[in-house]
Design a protein around this ligand. Sequence first.
Ligand code: PHB
Length: 395
Amino acid sequence: MTHTVNVQRRHLILGGAAAATASLVPMPSFAADPVKVGLIVPMSGPFASTGKQIAAAVSLYQKKYGDTVAGRKIEVILKDDGGVAPDMTKRIAQELVTRDGVQILAGFGLTPLAFAASPIATQAKTPMVVMAAATSVIVKRSPYIVRTGFTLPQVTAPMADWATKNNIKSAITFVADYGPGIDAEKVFVKQFTAGGGSVMHSIRTPLLNPDYAPFLKRVKDSKPEALFVFVPSGEGAALIKQFNERGLAAEGIRLICTGDVLDDDLMVSIGAVSKGVVSSHHYSAAHPSPENKEYVASFARDNNGMRPNFHSVGGYDGMHLIYEALKKTNGDANGDKILAAMKGASWTSVRGPMTIDAETRDVIQDIYIRKSEEVDGQMWNVEFDKVVQFKDPGV
Ligand code: PHB
């Protein structure tokens, strides 16, 4: 993986100002050239854990399966977009396509960043593999988008069903106030209400620098049976700490959440306060398959003991999809051919079986219900039930 721009040969001369205004004509590529994958993720800023997890997974994939497919070298160009500025992500995507000649865009840590890059994918006819961002509508923003992560409606609906089946009658929803949070809120309210539950309030918290205290006080005063939470990867430790410190657990309010909150990357630092919390997600590092055991061990070996999280798996499977598509096209990196090869692909991921829906280009996968438990002295999300091959239900 190269971290800096490395233009090997320039097929289209787009210098300086011309590059900024030129229409997005992807460079032609030749069989002897590498296939370039532009990986745009936050490696710095508040969501740096997402970029680090994905970059580590992409490296691990190439270490395990090599860096050549169908006779072509796969060159990954890693770019840090800082995670908070859509204009920056868009500019990086544009430069990668016009200046560096990438044939595939990948990554995208947050929904607004995926939205920002989507017109570039459309104009340049460049496949865009969304590995992390999880608002339902993302795949509709460009016919060149394919998603290997998950969607919030996909993981939220099973959580709401589990809650009503387990006699939880009243709940408050508590979400980060942007795309995926609003998806989670809408789907939880719809599904929980359909199952006979009642939602007392819907609370939205700021995405950046949230102070959860006033919102949690409101929850405590309202005394719901359960608090349903979505906050993006990286935020869960602060939320769970405050949930306990502010006495909500002691009040008997049950925390239920999507797996973003009990992010495997954070489970060790969250510690025993998460014990017993039930959540729903498409990946747990505790998934008991041989493929996953090997993945968790190799990931830890190469990354100072770090536990892989669900975003890493979106990255690992994104690379798998790119490799398999190139095998099918026999190394032809034409955008339309790659996209056609990606549609309908199915494989056994470390998360379990998954398919890229040929019509929607979104991911179909098992969604697991998990409970946080101590195993061998550490907290893990132990899966105990699942909804098989579940498609994004939309909002
Ligand atoms: C998103 O912005 O789409 C997003 C980010 C982090 C998550 C889930 C969704 O954990």
